[in-house]
Each structure stands twice: as structure tokens, then as C-alpha cells.
Design a protein around this ligand. Structure first.
Ligand code: SF4
Length: 262
């Protein structure tokens, strides 16, 4: 089917979902819709929190309805019987994913990392608000403002990817079991390789962010080094499970023709 809009097809399937920072926000169906919601909420500043929640849920419901309509249209355009497919899925739901030992281990590692980190952050909500942060900033090689921004960004990053890694890894496991590919190219461009690549990118960015925090808060080395070790282990196992993940070409992000969009 031809893409009649300027949106990049499937770009949102292999991204980090961080729309406010994404260079493709105006070329992505999901990003544009998020932006619309944000504008709508900003215009409704006088509204109560309850009303804002109502607008947000309506927005989610509309998105689901649109996706369902689109799917129905695509199925019909492909000459298939939409009602028959719905009945088939209802009567024969797909079997639950049975994980291999290594997949189970990765699932556990990613969940442990996320839970450990969340617990620690919740128990220590002011851990990165050290009183002498400004004096620490003064002795850094970077400008103080740059240093403080880097810390803020690092905290945001580890939080953002905390559960994301597990979600993407698990999607990769189910994808690996669900499909059979006819060619090597199809296999390389499979959903499981794409999801694993995104999980690996999130691991890499989390590692970099923890390193920034370790540099700024050396007294937290015991905890931070623990998280770094967990992430390294996740990364090693993901690469063993999905050795070709790096070769997956993410729509938009890994395509040279979109390099001009900054
Ligand atoms: S591609 Fe960018 S704009 Fe679209 S959903 Fe992902 S992060 Fe958001």
C-alpha cells in the first residue's frame, strides 16, 4: 500500500518513544498525535486535572479506534475476509510465548534491573540533589551549566529506559518464536532483530547515563557500579540471543535518506 502522507512508515516501531526529543516527530503518526494532544492540553490550562485525564483517555481511545480501522482497511485491501480473521483469532488465540532458558534469564535480568533501580530511587528521592552540587560543578572540566544539565539528562535517561529495556526484549522473544522467514534478508529485517536492537540501544544509553552519574557522585559507586554490571550482563546476553540485531535497519533512524532531518 502506498504511503500517501509524509509520515515514515513504521518509524515508531523501533524508536525509544521519547517523542519530545525525536527528530522525526513531524514525520511520525504516533509523534504527531502526541504533539496534538500536548497542544490540546496546553490550550486547556484552565481545566481541572480530572478533565485533562478525560481528554487524555479519549485521545488513547481515538488512537485505538483509528488503528483498528486502518487494520481493517489493510486486510480488506489485501482481499482477505476481515470478519473471518477476527473470528479465527477469537476462537484460536495465539499460544503463550514459551521462553528458552536464556530468554528467561534475560527477562529476569531486565526485570531485576528495573525493579532494583526503581526501589532505590523511590527510597532515596533526593539522592541526586546533593547540597554541594554547585561546588562539584565548579571543579569539573565542563562548564558548570553543562555539567548540571548532563546530570539532569542522565537521571531522565536512566528513568526513561528502566522498564523499556525489558519490554523490548520480551517483544523480541515473542517475535522470534512467532514467525518463519523465507530469506536471509527477511530474517535480518525481522521484528525480533529490530526490537532487540532497540533494547540494546536503550542499554547503551543507560550505561552512558550511569557513567555520567558515577563521575558526578563517586560516593555512590557501590550502587551505580552494580547497575552498570547488570546492564553489561543484559547486553552480553541480548547479543548472544540476537547476534544480528545490529544489522537491522530501523525505518527512518538508520536510513541515509533521512539524515537531513535533525
Ligand atoms: S519515532 Fe519519534 S516521534 Fe515517533 S513515536 Fe518514536 S520517538 Fe515518538
Amino acid at each position: 500500500m502506498k504511503n500517501k502522507t509524509k509520515n515514515i512508515p513504521f518509524v515508531h516501531n523501533y524508536c525509544d518513544r521519547w517523542c519530545e526529543r525525536c527528530r522525526f516527530v513531524d514525520r511520525c503518526a504516533v509523534g504527531s498525535s502526541e504533539k496534538l494532544l500536548e497542544t490540546e492540553l496546553k490550550m486547556e490550562l484552565a481545566l481541572t486535572e480530572e478533565k485533562k485525564q478525560e481528554i487524555m483517555w479519549q485521545h488513547v481511545a481515538n488512537n485505538f479506534a483509528e488503528t483498528a480501522q486502518l487494520l481493517e482497511k489493510m486486510i480488506k485491501e489485501a482481499g482477505l475476509d476481515y470478519e473471518e480473521i477476527c473470528r479465527e483469532v477469537k476462537e484460536n488465540p495465539p499460544p503463550e510465548t514459551v521462553l528458552t532458558d536464556r530468554q528467561e534469564a534475560i527477562k529476569e535480568l531486565t526485570m531485576d534491573y528495573a525493579k532494583d533501580m526503581m526501589d532505590w530511587m523511590e527510597k532515596n528521592p533526593k539522592i541526586f540533589e546533593s547540597e554541594d552540587l554547585t561546588s562539584r560543578a565548579m571543579v569539573q572540566k565542563d562548564e558548570p551549566e553543562q555539567f548540571l544539565n548532563a546530570i539532569k539528562d542522565a537521571i531522565h535517561t536512566v528513568n526513561w529506559f528502566c522498564f523499556f529495556i525489558s519490554v523490548k526484549a520480551q517483544r523480541a522473544f515473542s517475535g522470534k518464536q512467532e514467525y518463519i522467514y523465507d530469506t536471509k534478508e527477511e530474517l535480518l529485517q525481522s521484528d525480533h532483530n529490530g526490537s532487540a536492537k532497540v533494547a540494546l540501544i536503550a542499554v547503551g544509553r543507560s550505561i552512558k547515563a550511569w557513567e555520567v552519574l558515577l563521575n558526578a557522585f563517586p560516593e555512590l559507586d557501590f550502587v551505580i557500579i552494580g547497575y552498570l554490571a547488570q546492564l553489561q550482563k543484559i547486553s552480553r546476553n541480548l547479543l548472544l540471543e540476537f547476534p544480528d540485531a545490529g544489522k537491522f535497519i530501523r525505518p527512518g533512524f538508520d536510513e541515509e535518506k533521512y539524515d537531513h532531518i535533525k
